[in-house]
Design a protein around this ligand. Structure first.
Ligand code: ZN
Length: 188
């Protein structure tokens, strides 16, 4: 969540200033609404949707990995304010509590909607699962393409950055770890 109140008009003025400073000719009618649109777009990308973590007791003692693969996500790189986007694979080995499956996707979206680096986003999702569920293990893998790498600089279009955060048995137990990576379709 932005730590200061959102000021869309101020943001739109700043986009106008940015375009001027970059030497963009803003005379075209089609650009008239661009600053306001950019302000709204960034506001959306930086405002997490609230969500509630619905957990329920693991009454039947389910003790295998729960993995949701290929959750699409996009976020904003804090170094360039350019998007990075890809898929997240999120799993946990349940303890006493289970989490609604859709919440695994929600938590990724939640932490995406702010200025990020991929490494931190990966860790935040994993830490959230550890803190909320106290599971026996957690595994999070993110695969993403960064616009700041593919559109500019090295122009490494199509290159994918992989990050992972593992905890508990997914980290320390070789078999659980191997199973997690085979379920998400990556080699450990
Ligand atoms: Zn960047």
């Amino acid at each position: 969540m932005p730590c200061r109140p959102l000021d869309l008009r101020k943001a739109a003025r700043a986009v106008t200033d940015l375009l001027d400073a970059l030497g963009v000719d803003r005379a075209a009618e089609s650009l008239a609404e661009t600053p306001a649109r950019v302000a709204r777009a960034y506001a959306e990308l930086l405002t997490p949707e609230p969500f509630e973590a619905t957990t329920f007791p693991n009454d039947e003692g389910y003790d295998e990995l729960v993995v949701v693969r290929a959750i699409p996500f996009s976020s904003l790189c804090e170094h360039h304010l350019l998007p990075f986007a890809g898929v997240a694979h999120v799993g946990y080995l349940p303890g006493d509590r289970l989490l609604g499956l859709s919440k695994l996707a929600r938590v990724v979206t939640h932490f995406s909607r702010r200025l990020q680096v991929q490494e931190r986003l990966t860790t935040q999702v994993a830490d959230w699962l550890v803190d909320t569920l106290h599971p026996k293990g957690v595994g999070v893998v993110l695969e993403a393409e960064h616009a700041c790498m593919s559109l500019r600089g090295v122009r490494a279009s199509g290159s994918v950055t992989l990050t992972s955060a593992l905890a508990g048995l997914v980290r320390f137990d070789e078999r659980t770890r191997a199973e997690f990576f085979s379920l998400v379709g990556c080699r450990p």
